[in-house]
Design a protein around this ligand. Structure first.
Ligand SMILES: CC(C)(COP(=O)(O)OP(=O)(O)OC[C@H]1O[C@@H](n2cnc3c(N)ncnc32)[C@H](O)[C@@H]1OP(=O)(O)O)[C@@H](O)C(=O)NCCC(=O)NCCS
Length: 176
């Protein structure tokens, strides 16, 4: 069944990802890559890549998924920001929603749950990198209290074009 406006009233379950979710996570990630709105990655990924990716997302670096009536419709992850010990309390964030479920509030549910998971895993700050033209992403992040740190000009190349990348951050706990 195709989603409709009534979908907005439906209930989303947010839970930790299982290895059996990897194919659905891959599909959603590849949609984000194809849409050229979320990442500088241009080549779609495969299951080998995802198996290695989930290995890097154990313990504190959690992956959460959102389900609607048993269908996996989005995921979000806490990623390692840096190998340096000094940055152990900082996590980088990824979030991807299935195309036909975007703009229906799924991202907000996932982001709230991911922030809670970050706090429980001793992260005091989340940072993220986004494109300045990713309006849906920025609305979501700003609504959740992320502030724009700045914009790297011509930070990467996407399909042969130089693109700017915006950094945003949110403090989860006060640091002294
Ligand atoms: C960005 C993304 C994670 C946001 O999640 P979502 O579930 O779609 O978010 P929401 O439904 O809460 O919508 C966020 C806001 O953007 C608005 N919005 C959604 N789609 C939009 C669009 N195409 N253009 C403009 N605004 C849009 C919503 O109305 C909402 O506005 P509000 O905060 O004023 O209510 C999701 O759209 C997505 O997966 N996009 C592709 C992958 C991606 O860009 N990931 C982020 C990489 S940084």
């Amino acid at each position: 069944m195709e989603p409709s406006d009534s979908l907005q009233k439906r209930f989303y379950i947010v839970r930790s990802a299982l290895s059996s979710d990897l194919e659905a996570i891959l599909k959603i990630y590849n949609q984000g890559i194809e849409d050229r709105i979320a990442t500088l990655e241009t080549e779609t990924k495969n299951m080998d890549y995802m198996r290695s990716w989930i290995e890097d997302h154990q313990d504190r670096y959690q992956v959460l998924v959102a389900e609607n009536e048993g269908r996996l419709v989005g995921w979000a992850s806490l990623n390692r920001y840096s190998q340096r010990r000094a940055y152990d309390g900082v996590a980088d964030l990824s979030i991807y929603i299935l195309r036909e479920y975007r703009g229906k509030g799924v991202g907000g549910h996932l982001l709230s749950a991911l922030e809670q998971a970050a706090k429980e895993n001793q992260f005091y700050k989340i940072i993220l990198f986004t494109f300045p033209n990713n309006i849906a992403g920025q609305k979501l992040y700003r609504r959740h209290g992320y502030r724009e740190v700045g914009i790297f000009e011509k930070q990467g190349v996407l399909d042969g074009n130089m693109v700017d990348v915006m950094i945003m951050e949110k403090m989860l706990k006060k640091q002294t």
